[in-house]
Design a protein around this ligand. Structure first.
Ligand SMILES: *Cc1c(COP(=O)(O)O)cnc(C)c1O
Length: 415
């Protein structure tokens, strides 16, 4: 791709990229509102077209008509394993190692505790000082519970001492979009005898991940970002086969028990990854996730990655053209160090985000000064990126974002 300036004639270059995009067909699998450039799929993925019918069927027919018979008759009971395996296929996990359910926060608690218990003679848990808050809080909570020390580190300068039990990091920095060297970090941690827990919230569905090949000891992720499972969709936990027998999971709910319907008084783990089940699965949400995963049929994750990087290249090139307005690119330029978002720094990032929304461009803001633009290659076109950056250029050139109505409201909720 050539360098793109901001002249209006360059939109045709973006159109040409769309015309030969091997993933162009995938946009038709989503309901993307007309006139909106959606750059927030890294926070809440767009709606896959098949979800509505699946949820309506689960409500009207399965629940409304079949009632309790649906636990078996409509496969409700096996949703966590079934959906888990389909998510696993997108993150390099062979079947029988991934379970869907609960929130990422809950799964982090499960994974971190079980991981630490695999190294009972060690007392340090390493996490990223810039990790998503819930990851840091849960690391602290697990450390407190098990009498460990949760230490913050910079993943770029990771050192793993002999006292480290667990290295728990996110593959992608949620603020800057930086992708860490997952292979090298895993190798380093293993060389020091530690176990590794990866948080793949910003990686699953955004780039190829090979959990089995990596030898990750556990992983977690949500399904509402690049997996498009919907608001509050249940998360997932990867527990590789080699650890399943020894894994001492803290949340021993009844559905993870061997013979759960025996209703025995004492817990005994089920065989395999089923032991990571906790309570009754959130059926309606999980039905939505299952239908949402259909958008991946026949999609090559290498093509997703290639398009994600090309969209990012276009965005970065156009952002560079706006340096004179105090806009800088925070995300690393090297493709190998980028997740699937580009973060831009500007002292009025919040106001810029609001002005962009007025122009139909939805990104998000991360305090204090980041404008985060997510690139979901299944439904995003090159012209969308071009239009978004062209809109940003127009806003900056006309100082639109300085209008009083865009001033930051103290009560604004930023999730
Ligand atoms: C999105 C995200 C979460 C979300 O956790 P929830 O329990 O679903 O609210 C956690 N960690 C990371 C790194 C995330 O990006």
């Amino acid at each position: 791709m050539g360098r793109m300036t901001l002249g209006p004639e360059d939109r045709t270059a973006a159109e040409a990229l769309d015309a030969r995009d091997p993933l162009a067909f995938a946009r038709g699998r989503f309901s993307v509102p007309e006139g909106v450039v959606y750059l927030d799929g890294n926070s809440l993925g767009a709606l896959p077209s098949g979800v509505r019918a699946a949820v309506l069927d689960a409500v009207d027919r399965q629940w409304g008509q079949d009632l309790i018979g649906s636990w078996n008759g409509n496969g409700w009971w096996t949703l966590p394993e079934r959906v888990g395996d389909r998510i696993g296929a997108l993150v390099g996990a062979a079947p029988g190692q991934t379970i869907c359910g609960d929130s990422t926060s809950v799964q982090l608690f499960q994974a971190l505790t079980a991981a630490a218990r695999l190294r009972p003679d060690r007392r340090v848990l390493l996490t990223d000082a810039a990790n998503f808050p819930t990851d840091q809080y849960l690391a602290d909570a697990v450390a407190r519970l098990l009498g460990l020390e949760a230490r913050r580190v910079d993943p770029a300068a990771l050192e793993v001492g002999p006292d480290v039990a667990v290295v728990a990091l996110s593959a992608v920095d949620y603020r800057t979009g930086e992708l860490w060297d997952v292979e090298e970090i895993t190798r380093k941690a293993h060389a020091a005898g530690a176990v590794v827990v990866w948080d793949l919230c910003h990686a699953a569905g955004a780039l190829p991940v090979d959990l089995d090949g990596l030898g990750a000891d556990a992983a977690v992720g949500c399904t509402y970002k690049y997996l498009n499972g919907g608001p509050g969709a249940p998360a997932w936990l990867y527990l590789p086969r080699r650890h399943q027998q020894a894994a001492d999971l803290p949340l021993t709910g009844w559905t993870g028990r061997a013979d759960p319907f025996g209703l025995a008084g004492a817990y005994e783990p089920a065989e395999g990854v089923a032991r990571a089940r906790i309570g009754t699965p959130p059926v309606l949400s999980m039905v939505a996730v299952e239908a949402a995963l259909d958008v991946w049929d026949g999609v090559d994750l290498a093509a997703v990655r290639a398009k994600s990087l090309a969209l990012g290249d276009l965005l970065i090139t156009m952002a560079d053209g706006l340096r004179e307005y105090g806009l800088t690119v925070v995300t690393p330029r090297a493709g190998a160090r980028r997740g699937s978002q580009v973060s831009l720094r500007h002292e009025k990032a919040y106001e810029l985000g609001q002005a962009l929304i007025t122009r139909g461009v939805v990104g998000d803001f991360r305090a204090p000064d980041l404008l985060r633009l997510g690139l979901a290659p299944l439904y995003l076109r090159y012209v969308d990126v071009w239009d978004a950056m062209h809109a940003l250029a127009g806003i900056l050139a006309a100082n639109e974002h300085e209008a009083p109505r865009y001033r930051r409201d103290q009560t604004a909720v930023v999730t």
